[in-house]
Design a protein around this ligand. Structure first.
Ligand code: GLU
Length: 283
């Protein structure tokens, strides 16, 4: 049994992250399993080193001990590139040259769980045009979702307390798997990492449940095992909205600075007791 907590170092951790981390850590410890930390710093333009240090200090303050050094996504570009090469060789990804403005302008792009659904403009470009543009223009790599789903057939995963959930990757459209400035998307990096790290139980916020549609598909495409999932309720602030990295009052750094006992807070969170004004809500 192995769980993990995977913060993105793009801001300070808040009470919602603490809740997620203590649940995952507690699940591992009570099952005699292992707990790992992964730093999701694949997006170099948004990740900051100071937040890596602050996140690790926050977790230590909560009394969360880890087994082994944190895994850094920025140090794992090789496996992501290999995975993308594999999909390229199988004709399951294609280069896309559209800018954000192109996509916004192309009709009223319908929205899916991952945002606007890509209208497919670059999906069937002639090969010669692709080869010419690929050396000259910035591009990302998109998954040909219909083809991918045709390969895998229907997929499902086991969700704690809710039973079997059928994945709906088609609802996401042709998602981006790699860009020039971020050589693997969250979906690609996270799926490959969880498998390589040997994660058996993924415990994370319910805001990520739709992502599991895509992760389940990628697992099937790469023949990786499917972990068990628990998408937990989200911590909401006094305004009833889920916490965001900009909510300074709930940041673990500020609670720590205010002299709050981190281990006592962790014990409260495991018991479902939140500081006054905060609540747990299912989206
Ligand atoms: N880095 C992701 C986040 O902070 C992790 C999501 C996950 O647990 O898969 O949202």
């Amino acid at each position: 049994m192995l769980t993990r907590f995977a913060p993105s170092p793009t801001g300070e951790l808040h009470l919602g992250h603490a809740y997620s981390a203590v649940l995952a850590h507690d699940a591992a410890r009570s099952a005699g399993g292992h707990f790992l930390i992964r730093i999701d710093d694949i997006d170099g333009s948004r990740s900051r080193e100071e937040f890596v240090g602050a996140s690790l200090a926050d977790l230590a303050w909560l009394g969360i001990g880890r087994d082994g050094d944190p895994v850094r996504q920025s140090a794992r570009l090789g496996p992501y590139a290999a995975a993308l090469d594999d999909l390229r060789a199988r004709g399951l990804v294609y280069p896309c040259f559209c800018t954000r403005a192109d996509i916004a302008a192309s009709l009223s792009a319908p929205h899916g769980p991952s945002g606007a659904i890509y209208p497919g403009t670059c999906r069937s470009l002639p090969d010669a045009e692709r080869q010419r543009r690929i050396v000259a223009e910035p591009h990302c790599w998109r998954l040909d979702m219909a083809r991918a789903v045709a390969e895998t057939g229907e997929l499902a995963w086991e969700e704690a307390e809710r039973g079997t959930r059928v994945a709906d990757p088609l609802a996401h459209g042709d998602i981006v798997l790699a860009r020039k400035d971020a050589p693997a998307s969250y979906h690609l990096a996270s799926t490959i990492d969880d498998a390589d790290m040997g994660v058996t139980h993924i415990i994370r916020g319910a805001d990520l449940i739709a992502s599991t549609d895509v992760h389940r598909l990628l697992q099937a495409l790469f023949d990786l095992p499917t972990p068990l999932y628990r998408h937990h309720a989200l911590v909401c602030g006094p305004d009833g909205k889920r916490l965001a990295k900009r909510d300074a009052a709930a940041s673990l750094g500020s609670l720590r600075a205010a002299g709050i006992d981190g281990a006592a807070l962790a014990a409260d969170l495991i018991a479902g007791r939140l500081p006054a004004g905060y609540s747990l809500q299912n989206p």
